[in-house]
Design a protein around this ligand. Structure first.
Ligand code: COI
Length: 357
């Protein structure tokens, strides 16, 4: 594995004073990781340097055609003071899945995890210790060739930045209101919906903006072809408890395979729940809400963790779920997941990885 060079900052920044109100992704730590790619030379010069602006040619391809991929993960400090990551190998495997779709050369996953570990270790004083906070880790890759022709780049930059964060939604663990989007679509099979790339989020902005103006936190996306089946919520995967079955849309090519989604399925199955990954139509959920079969709905994601859904707006219907309260399944998932991630309970799944090994 290549050795990571470290250049420490001579000017450490002031840390945010009010860690109870960090919000999400507003503060950045003292250092960042960089690594270059050049055709013929491969990925090279992995280094940690002081955090600061990049120098990019205005013709850099990522700025014009969106050849970019990213990941989201978190570091936590345990009650014993150890710094840990949650399933970082899964994030780096998904990064390479995204790379493959965006014609970006594969990265050495072990080196990428090592880069996260060394960066987090160096900036570990930035890990916030208030409840429901963490150090968010954002690895991303951009194409940097100054070229306006549309083709895969020959020069790229792999960057990792860190941000102390609180809850993604201002609601925290309180149920969110979700708007079911009928007009816009996020992705179709054969597109890029199954990977983490900027374009998917650009495609979501208009619907998100309109939903927010109407008082909703996020939109629920339907499939792009029939506009019938549920896909995911803005920045989260989605689960429904229908009777004694917990259902989540299957990964069929336009839905992101969330690491939190995968972990929730594994936890629920280990507790004896019947979890099914299958197509779920909006009609099934509406009927379930009206008949009482729908007990709970919640979203899962690295940034959002577990976010209960208290209301779904479907056309002119307002479907209130579980009386607008957090349900027992979402609550147990949230408590167990965050207890494992923060090292407050033993990790029976082997998901938590210390940064110093
Ligand atoms: C994450 O959950 O880490 C994400 O990447 C969602 C992000 C767009 C805020």
């Amino acid at each position: 594995m290549q050795k990571i060079r470290i250049e420490r900052t001579a000017h450490p920044k002031q840390k945010p004073a009010d860690i109870e109100h960090l919000g999400f992704g507003r503060y950045f730590t003292d250092h960042m990781f960089l690594m270059d790619y050049e055709e013929g030379k491969g990925w090279h010069d992995p280094r940690i340097v002081p955090y600061g602006p990049l120098s990019l040619d205005p013709a850099a391809m990522c700025l014009h055609y969106g050849q970019e991929v990213f990941e989201g993960m978190k570091a936590y400090r345990t009650p014993e003071g150890k710094v840990v990551l949650f399933r970082p190998d899964k994030n780096m495997a998904r990064l390479n899945l995204s790379n493959e779709r965006l014609c970006i050369p594969q990265v050495d996953e072990e080196l990428a995890v090592q880069a996260v570990k060394e960066l987090v270790q160096l900036d570990q004083d930035w890990i916030p210790d208030a409840k429901d906070t963490a150090l968010y880790i954002r690895p991303f890759i951009i194409s940097v060739d100054p070229h306006l022709g549309v083709h895969p780049a020959a020069h790229l930059l792999f960057i990792i930045i860190l941000s102390p964060v609180g809850a993604y939604y201002p609601e925290g663990l309180n149920p969110v209101k979700i708007y079911v989007e009928r007009n816009y679509v996020r992705a179709v099979r054969g597109g890029m919906g199954f990977v983490k790339t900027a374009g998917n989020y650009a495609a979501s902005l208009k619907a998100q903006d309109e939903a927010e103006k109407q008082g909703y936190t996020q939109v629920l996306w339907l499939d792009g072809v029939e506009r019938k089946y549920i896909e995911e919520v803005g920045t989260m995967n989605v689960f429904f408890q229908l009777g004694d079955e917990v259902v989540t849309p299957e990964l069929q090519g336009s839905i992101l395979g969330g690491i939190t989604r995968m972990s929730c399925i594994e936890m629920l199955r280990s507790w004896g729940y019947r979890v099914t990954e299958r197509r779920v139509s909006l009609e099934e959920v509406v009927q379930g809400a009206e008949s009482g079969l729908l007990k709970e709905a919640f979203g899962t994601g690295t940034a959002a963790v577990i976010s209960p859904i208290g209301e779904l707006k479907v056309d002119d219907k307002h479907l209130v779920i579980n009386g607008g309260e957090i349900g027992p399944v979402a609550h147990r998932l949230y408590n167990t997941l965050t207890d494992i991630q923060n090292g407050r309970i033993a990790d029976p799944f082997g998901w938590v990885v210390p940064v110093d090994k």
